[in-house]
Ligand binder design. Structure first.
Ligand code: ATP
Length: 209
């Protein structure tokens, strides 16, 4: 279980999350709904151990998180993956797509399973290109491959498909669902598109700060 309790986040004087509790069960795909600006991305960043809340606790499969960002223990940090709306902001523009996918595996001494490229539909000719030589959809496939290569126990998708055309959306959602079936990972899906969310998630929960 990926669990957050009593999470409060402030940006300056503004409180965005106020004592929020949230649970993501293994094997579940939970949609997160709420108006723009209510703190969905903020919660995703807290759950991914990338943003330290002003107060509150996060635990990953029963282990309480004590350090955040680079200070989070590797086993906790690599167990939770976060995918963003804009893949171009999430990659090093100098690297090839293959290197982008391989980087976290190398840093964490995880063997890269080449099957991950097939899984997201990245062909060999795309893997030698750099981000400016591919489309947003192709780059987002690489970001998903990079996340899945680490076999996360929880996958947090923050508007992962919002910038993409319908067929790439469907492909990526299908890949995530299949990964969930095989691995029993828990998935959090954040999207403005209610229709997509209903199709994608087993249940949708409102965000109450
Ligand atoms: N780094 C930051 N510094 C200051 N304010 C921020 C920061 N990040 C987010 N905010 C503000 O906090 C509030 C919550 O932002 P957040 O991105 O979590 O909301 P959201 O529900 O994901 O919104 P959207 O659906 O529009 O993506 C917003 O008002 C936003 O402007």
């Amino acid at each position: 279980m990926l669990r957050a309790d009593g999470i409060t986040v402030r940006y300056g004087r503004r409180t965005v999350l106020d004592g929020l509790a949230f649970e993501l069960e293994p094997g579940a795909i939970v949609g997160l709904a709420g108006p723009s600006g209510c703190g969905k991305s903020t919660l995703a960043r807290v759950l991914a151990l990338m943003l330290k809340p002003a107060s509150g606790t996060v635990s990953v499969d029963g282990t309480a998180v004590r350090g955040w960002r680079q200070r989070a223990p590797r086993a906790l940090r690599t167990g939770v993956a976060l995918l963003y709306q804009q893949p171009r902001l999430a990659v090093d523009p100098r690297l090839t797509l293959r290197a982008i996918v391989a980087e976290p595996c190398a840093a964490n001494r995880v063997t890269l399973d080449d099957g991950v490229f097939d899984r997201v539909g990245l062909t060999a000719d795309l893997l030698t290109r750099r981000p400016h030589e591919v489309s947003d959809g192709q780059l987002q496939r690489a970001c998903l491959a990079r996340a899945l290569a680490m076999r996360p126990r929880y996958l947090l998708c923050d508007e992962m498909t919002s910038m993409l055309d319908a067929s790439t959306q469907a492909l990526l959602v299908g890949v995530v669902r299949q990964y969930r079936e095989e691995s029993g990972a828990g998935v959090l899906a954040i999207s403005h598109d209610d229709v997509l969310l209903r199709r994608w998630a087993d249940e949708t929960r409102p965000l109450h700060g």
